[in-house]
Design a protein around this ligand. Structure first.
Ligand SMILES: Nc1ncnc2c1ncn2[C@@H]1O[C@H](COP(=O)(O)OP(=O)(O)OP(=O)(O)O)[C@@H](O)[C@H]1O
Length: 297
């Protein structure tokens, strides 16, 4: 469990995070979304005790990160994929981290396997592609078998296979009962990976809700030769209807309600479709006022 409580971070002229509060629960993948400069990295750094908040605080497993006695065993984080020494081999990098945190070398082999790096364990980290560096960063995060995992933009620059691997890994880690917080601005990816979404803009909370709720259909499309009759009945029920020949686009009514009303009116339906919104659209709608560096639309 992660608890962010009224946290703020002010730099000289910039308020990067502004009184932000949310909780990240175990057992689900929580996506942390926001436009560039929204304050995602700063928030994650404050959770991990790397930046001091100007106000408020963040708790991991009920305490501040700085007071954890064995932080790597409690929290694993991927903030900067380039963090390994380029001349050190992959295994050596992980062994150094393990030794300085009282973690067994057997666990190093386990995480090499988990991250798909066993066959390249003797290679120097500096020769790695971005995708392999991400895998190494994730192997390091998993080293302490932590209950809480924090990943900042883990799929940045990855190919489809790498993206699928990360998605599956996140979901598996959550299914094991861990707390997983993952930031991204790849909306379609988050729609597939995250069960819950925390959206921020200009350092403030915009939405804290299930992915399902954000993506829930907002429009229903109905096609019927009795379009005018159905449109009248729907409007009388309080729904908004756009009529285009035989086609009705309905907001403010569920597909079940439209179907029931059509049956009651004797309107023959040729099509009834719930139009799910995309996460991109939902996000743009929610953050329209908060796009700091957005192009003029
Ligand atoms: N050390 C710093 N000094 C001054 N300003 C900073 C510092 N770190 C971050 N900022 C500013 O704080 C704001 C939030 O930055 P942050 O990196 O947390 O956003 P983000 O949501 O992670 O963005 P991105 O998606 O682009 O990575 C930005 O306006 C950024 O320029």
């Amino acid at each position: 469990m992660i608890e962010v409580r009224g946290i703020s971070k002010r730099y000289r002229e910039v308020t990067a995070v502004d009184g932000l509060s949310f909780q990240v629960r175990p057992g689900v993948v929580t996506g942390f979304l926001g436009p560039n400069g929204a304050g995602k990295t700063t928030t994650m750094r404050m959770i991990l005790g790397l930046d001091a908040p100007s106000g408020g605080d963040a708790l991991v497993l009920g305490v501040r990160y700085a007071t954890l006695s064995a932080p790597m065993r409690a929290v694993g984080a991927l903030l900067d994929a380039g963090a390994a020494h380029p001349r050190r081999t992959v295994r050596n990098h992980l062994v150094c981290l393990a030794d300085s945190n009282g973690i067994s070398r057997r666990r190093v082999d386990e995480v090499l396997g988990l991250a798909g790096l066993a066959s390249v364990a003797g290679r120097r980290a500096g020769t790695f592609s971005l995708g392999m560096r991400q895998r190494l960063g994730i192997a390091a995060a998993l080293l302490g078998d932590p209950a809480v995992l924090i990943f900042d933009e883990p799929v940045n620059g990855l190919d489809p296979e790498g993206i699928l691997w990360i998605r599956t890994l996140m979901r598996d880690l959550a299914a094991e009962g861990r707390t997983v917080l993952v930031s991204s601005h790849l909306m379609s990816e988050m729609a597939l990976t995250a069960d819950h979404l925390v959206m921020i803009g200009r350092g403030r909370l915009i939405a804290d809700t299930s992915t399902e709720e954000v993506l829930r259909a907002r429009e229903v499309l109905a096609r019927t030769p009795d379009a005018r009759r159905l449109a009248r009945a729907l409007t009388a029920m309080g729904a908004q209807v756009r009529l285009d020949g035989e086609e009705l686009t309905v907001t403010g009514a569920t597909p079940e309600e439209v179907g029931r009303l059509a049956a009651a009116e004797g309107a023959v339906l040729h099509e009834l479709t719930a139009r799910r919104t995309s996460l991109e659209d939902a996000f743009m709608e929610l953050t329209r006022a908060d796009v700091e560096f957005g192009a003029a639309r």
